[in-house]
Design a protein. Structure first.
Length: 337
């Protein structure tokens, strides 16, 4: 016996998506864009009964009809007790979110294919406990947390990524089912948060170009370590081993030691000189080379059309190069969603 097939299998998801989009536009128009630190007011918190709450309401209504039919005083007492319990639960569920402070706690860049971890801090400035709090967006939700008076927690929304560029979290919500899971209270926030997604490192990358070495009398002051050449201001990417701590103790100014010696090598990674392949493949190979150069603590420079990053190494240099690759091709570095 064949099962009955729904004639329009794609109708329900499409209808749900259209309804969700309309609700999103309505909520944004009603609330506007939220600041990076927002305190929830009672007027922006929505509440509806859950499935358990609907069954509870129908059961209570049936008990009320039975009590009226049989004129049973004990049944009336139990029925009105349950009704009162439902109203108290509804009030407490909504109050569980009122006054909470929601703030953006940052996001670290990730590689395409990893999950972008949006960190959202929730702070309870009231004198009462807040229970069963959860952040969500689409199919992604955070862990459920409780907050003591004056407590603050950072919750995580891990959004999957599929391509390089900017990733946006335009809307997310906070919800609770406390105290009896009869009602669901929630609030939407529109902070227009953004993160950065680096290109995915290539799994099978060819060998990088040969290291270029300066010839003649010129020396590389950043990498040579044979003779002390003096001090200069500390820059992002400088090795902590080269920090002049004694000079810092005297002047309270962070300085780096300079050495001159025979190490004059540097490596240039040039997008235009990459062998074959489409753009995304070449960007993935460049990402792979940058990661390996950082692991080996080698100086490397990057050239892409319109931009050039002189040879260096360190976390700040790595981020500048990978960010340039992530946003390459975007008009005026605008987001790609």
């Amino acid at each position: 016996m064949s099962s009955i097939q729904w004639p329009f299998p794609s109708l329900v998801p499409a209808l749900r998506e259209r309804v969700s989009a309309r609700v999103d536009r309505w909520a944004r128009k009603r609330q506007g864009t939220d600041r990076s630190i927002t305190q929830l007011k009672s007027k922006r918190i929505y509440i509806l009964p859950t499935g358990v709450g609907l069954i509870f309401g129908l059961m209570t209504f049936a008990m009320l009809l039975g009590s009226m039919n049989y004129n049973n005083n004990l049944s009336f007492v139990l029925t009105f007790f349950l009704i009162s319990l439902g109203f108290v639960g509804m009030h407490q569920c909504q109050r569980n979110l009122v006054g909470l402070e929601i703030s953006f706690a940052g996001i670290e860049p990730v590689y395409a294919g990893q999950r972008a971890d949006f960190k959202i801090a929730i702070t309870n400035h009231s004198r009462s406990h807040r229970h069963h709090l959860q952040l969500y967006t689409g199919e992604v939700s955070s862990d459920i947390e409780d907050l003591a008076p004056g407590d603050s927690r950072v919750l995580h929304l891990e959004i999957p990524t599929h391509r390089r560029g900017r990733i946006a979290l335009q809307r997310f919500g906070i919800r609770t089912l406390f105290p009896f899971e009869l009602f669901r209270a929630w609030a939407w926030l529109h902070m227009d948060l953004e993160g950065l997604v680096y290109p995915k490192p290539a799994d099978d990358a060819p060998e990088p170009p040969a290291t270029e070495t300066a010839r003649g009398h010129r020396q590389h002051d950043a990498r040579g370590e044979e003779d002390f050449a003096g001090l200069r201001r500390f820059h992002d990417g400088d090795s902590p081993r080269h920090v002049a701590w004694k000079a810092y103790a005297r002047s309270q100014e962070l300085l780096s030691k300079q050495f001159s010696g025979a190490d004059t090598s540097s490596q240039w990674l040039d997008l235009d000189r990459m062998p074959g392949g489409d753009l995304e493949t070449r960007l993935s190979i460049l990402t792979h080379w940058i990661i390996n150069a950082e692991r080996a603590q080698r100086d490397y420079g990057l050239r892409i059309p319109g931009r050039e990053f002189p040879p260096a190494h360190g976390g700040a240099h790595r981020h500048r190069c990978l960010a340039a690759l992530a946003l390459y091709g975007e008009p005026q570095d605008s987001g790609n969603g």
